[in-house]
Write a protein that binds this ligand. Structure first.
Ligand code: UD1
Ligand code: UDP
Length: 373
């Protein structure tokens, strides 16, 4: 079997690495196609290196642009590779423009698509990611929802065939890399942070960063934090802060350490040792519940409702009073803290990558890995 993996951003590299590893362990060499949606060293190459991925077969260098520019450019370039290589299946992961481009280019060449992390829904169609998820799911032949809740979302939309609940490959990634991170990363020492005495922050989502008003609200939250905090800043957010004249203000906050985006080993160690995490990231909402760290999500909805139901994640939006209320409660109320930290992980046992590779091989051997008429 010849599987092709199409990916282009930081979280896709992290979450597909366990699938690549599983294929290699089965003696299958997957074709690796990097769209170049993310291209800075610290948004892409550092992960290829740290996660020890084999060399990328195609670097498509799509880069940044409007939604349609980026998706369209990626589609054209992916199509060309798929026409030349004719893989048996194209794997995409998650909800980025790379995913939509890969899924559409592939299915129209009658090369079946397998969607890893299928079925997630925020039910907010103003998010580019929600459109990408829905369209990618409907273009896919094989679907790998991480949880039963995600499977039910697919079922509601009439997708019931070749749906396999396998867990989320982020658990595989965390388990495969946490110990290495503890050994190899010196991030706490480098940034001068003591375990459980700082808050870790990430924020990059379009709805939080694209308007001056919302970004100002984020800065106001950062200005009021009751303890030391670290914020590895996504290039999108850095760009918007500078454009809206907020950069000086945010870098002047005394108890906030701003860094470039961190590699996976540094980030995992920082995350595991944080007192709490504030984020609008999808992957970080998942990792915190795996690592037993309370998470406050800077959004009004989430496509990871399992984390909220389990008790490890609270949606605080960009509401400063709400953020401060929960941070204070975490600081003062030990039981509340423990309850959030010990919320059970809903994303599986860390064997999702293996399951995905095995299921695809079985379908292929039975002659069932094809676009159905
Ligand atoms: C994308 C995904 C988002 C995902 C995130 C992961 C879409 C619609 N969005 O958002 O779902 O959570 O990746 O991090 O696909 N930039 C750089 N260097 C880079 C990459 C980006 O400077 O290596 C800057 C550019 O100014 C660019 C901006 O960041 O315009 C946004 O990048 P883009 O890939 O369009 O979206 P993300 O915000 O990264
Ligand atoms: N991450 C990282 N370095 C950072 C910030 C995040 O390695 O500075 C990792 C994090 O551990 C998680 C993934 O990037 O696995 C999340 O990516 P991101 O927040 O960019 O995208 P999302 O998950 O929201 O799509």
């Amino acid at each position: 079997m010849k599987p092709a993996l199409v990916f282009g951003t930081r979280p896709e590299i992290i979450k597909l690495a366990p699938v690549v590893r599983a294929f290699l362990e089965m003696g299958i060499k997957p074709l690796l196609i990097h769209t170049g949606q993310h291209y800075d060293y610290e948004m892409s190459r550092i992960f290829l290196e740290e996660l020890e991925l084999p060399p990328i077969d195609y670097h498509l260098e799509v880069g940044s642009g409007t939604q349609a520019e980026q998706t369209g450019k990626a589609m054209v370039k992916i199509e060309k590779v798929l026409m030349d290589e004719r893989p048996d299946v194209t794997l995409v992961q998650g909800d980025t423009n790379t995913v939509l481009a890969g899924a559409l280019a592939s299915v129209k060449l009658k090369i079946p698509v397998a969607h890893v992390e299928a079925g997630l829904r925020s039910f907010d169609r103003t998010m580019p990611e929600e459109i990408n998820r829905i369209l990618a799911d409907h273009a896919s032949e094989v679907l790998f929802p991480p949880t039963d809740e995600a499977r039910k979302n697919l079922e509601r939309e009439g997708i019931t065939e070749n749906v396999y609940v396998v867990g989320n490959t982020i658990v595989d990634a965390v388990l495969q890399n946490s110990l290495v991170a503890e050994k190899k990363s010196d991030v706490l020492e480098r940034l001068g942070m003591k375990p459980k005495e700082y808050i870790l922050i990430t924020a990059h989502r379009a709805e939080n960063t694209d308007s001056r008003e919302n970004l100002t609200r984020l800065v106001e939250i950062l200005e009021s934090l009751p303890m030391m905090a670290v914020y590895p800043i996504h290039p999108r957010t850095e760009g918007r802060l500078k454009r809206f004249g907020l950069w000086e203000r945010v870098t002047a906050i005394e108890n906030l350490v701003i860094t470039k985006p961190l590699g996976y080993l540094d980030f995992l160690r920082l995350e595991k040792n944080a007192f709490a995490v504030m984020t609008d990231s999808g992957g970080v909402q998942e990792e915190t519940i795996i690592l037993d760290v309370p998470c406050l999500t800077l959004r009004y909805n989430t496509e990871r409702p399992e984390t909220v139901k389990a008790g490890g994640n609270i949606l605080v939006g960009l509401e400063r009073e709400r953020v401060l209320h929960y941070l204070q409660k975490l600081i003062e109320d030990r039981d509340f803290y423990e309850k959030m930290a010990k919320a059970p992980n809903p994303f599986g046992d860390g064997k999702a990558g293996e399951r995905i590779a095995k299921i695809l091989l079985e379908l292929y051997e039975k002659g069932e890995l094809k676009v159905k008429s």
